[in-house]
Design a protein around this ligand. Structure first.
Ligand SMILES: [Zn+2]
Length: 442
């Protein structure tokens, strides 16, 4: 499984698909969307069956022949198969990479056990098999075979959506009205024929998209800036700059939020004992707000970083589940994975929209390898913030050391070719030996 994406060449145009979200489907006459409501559970159930099928029995195939019975038309049936294959494919990819992480962790564990360097609290990693994804909310990724988007001729609405329903002869016509800012965004652009329909508690929502061509501006010999993603510093560059942090204000907010939820849970227990039927919910609104806020701060940090490195190309890490776990140890469980994963996504997005070359590189040992002598060792990290090489004595901020390694990995074909973590470690040890010889070490 190769995840490395082809790097776009300088001067080449890249297609960027942009989404226009949060368009509410308006109900002009009551009950108009009832036909869509009737279709939703049938579609969801069918899609779920194919998701399970593609996750457990057969390889995901968007063009698989229909094999299940349904009330839906053949066109709708094909749309469900296509969407399910996409969901199953990304589930399989994520599961495979998590499994590889587990194998790497296990190897690490046994190695440390063999040389008696195992941490007192270390436990042998266990693989927990993943559950097949469950579709909870109706989300329909429809193409023009079932939903047609037509520009409206009169000025009251912007588009009409023509939706085929369970009833063969009946087509549902739904008007679409854009907000002013949406209208500004799509002005002069060709909106894609595929649309997404989401059913929420608040009704039906439409997502449109359009393609934009962005030319890659980065010169082929542009200097590389390595970016390390983390919690203490959202972004650290190999040029020695830090952008954004989870500590300080965000952390204070998180603590307050946790305290609030603890109180609420206590109250719930107390009320439960007293036989109160309607209990206050434990999901916290401020928690949701906090997550949004963290993401905004991440976006701001990444944005600033790109602004200050205009004529460079970017190297960043493909964060694995294991790396995220390791990096996010200080963070509350519900905050960690999703927010940390948001950083590389935001880097890729920023690069794409600015036409800047960005390359994902392998993350194995990027935080343990010494950027001077290549020696890879956990012991090089006496604490979260410090890097101090046990061989050559090189000392610097841990995130900066990682960023320097990431920078160098862009043109490192030998490292990119390594099959797993063991291979990476062997390669780094080899380089360390060469470094020693060159620098006259015994
Ligand atoms: Zn060193």
């Amino acid at each position: 499984m190769k995840q490395q994406r082809q790097r776009p060449a300088s001067g080449k145009a890249q297609t960027l698909t942009k989404a226009v979200t949060h368009i509410r489907l308006i109900e002009v006459n009551p009950g108009k969307l009832a036909a869509l409501d009737a279709l939703a559970p049938v579609y969801l159930a069918l899609c779920q069956q194919y998701v399970t099928f593609f996750c457990t029995d057969e390889h995901p195939d968007k063009f698989h022949a229909p094999i299940l019975a349904t009330l839906l038309s053949e066109r709708w049936h094909r749309v469900a198969i296509q969407q399910a294959a996409g969901i199953a494919q990304s589930w399989r990819t994520n599961r495979a990479s998590a499994y590889q992480d587990y194998l790497d962790d296990l190897l690490d564990y046994h190695e440390q056990q063999a040389d008696d360097t195992l941490d007192v609290q270390a436990e042998e990693p266990i693989w927990k098999e993943w559950n097949v994804p469950t579709l909870r909310q109706t989300c329909i990724q429809a193409n023009a075979n079932v939903v047609v988007l037509e520009p409206s001729q009169d000025s009251t609405f912007d588009y009409w959506l023509k939706i085929s329903t369970l009833d063969f002869r009946k087509q549902l016509l739904v008007p679409v009205k854009l907000a002013d800012y949406h209208r500004q965004t799509v002005k002069g652009k060709t909106v894609n024929t595929s649309v997404t329909l989401n059913k929420r508690d608040t009704g039906w929502w439409l997502t449109l998209s359009y393609d934009q061509m962005v030319t890659v501006q980065t010169a082929p010999d542009a200097p590389v800036v390595g970016i390390d993603a983390g919690i203490a510093n959202f972004v650290t560059t190999s040029t020695g700059k830090h952008y954004g942090t989870f500590h300080g204000k965000l952390r204070e907010r998180q603590k307050r939020d946790r305290e609030k939820r603890r109180c609420k849970a206590k109250l719930r227990k107390c009320l439960e004992k007293k036989g109160v039927e309607k209990l206050p919910s434990t999901t916290s609104r401020s928690g949701q707000r906090l997550i949004r806020h963290v993401r905004q701060e991440i976006n701001r940090a990444v944005n600033q970083c790109f602004k200050e490195h205009q004529d460079c190309q970017i190297a960043y890490e493909q964060l694995s589940v294991a790396t995220m776990k390791h990096k996010a140890r200080a963070m509350n469980a519900y905050m960690r994975a999703s927010n940390l994963a948001h950083i590389p996504k935001q880097i890729a997005w920023n690069a794409a929209k600015r036409g800047i070359q960005a390359t994902r590189v392998k993350s194995a040992y990027s935080s343990q390898e010494c950027s001077v002598c290549h020696y890879p060792d956990r012991a090089n990290r006496p604490d979260q913030q410090t890097f101090c090489c046990v061989v050559c004595g090189f000392q610097t901020h841990a995130d900066l050391n990682a960023a320097l390694n990431i920078e160098r990995r862009v043109r490192d074909a030998a490292l990119e070719a390594c099959k797993d973590k063991t291979a990476v470690k062997a390669l780094l040890m080899q380089r360390h030996q060469i470094w020693k010889k060159q620098n006259g070490w015994p």
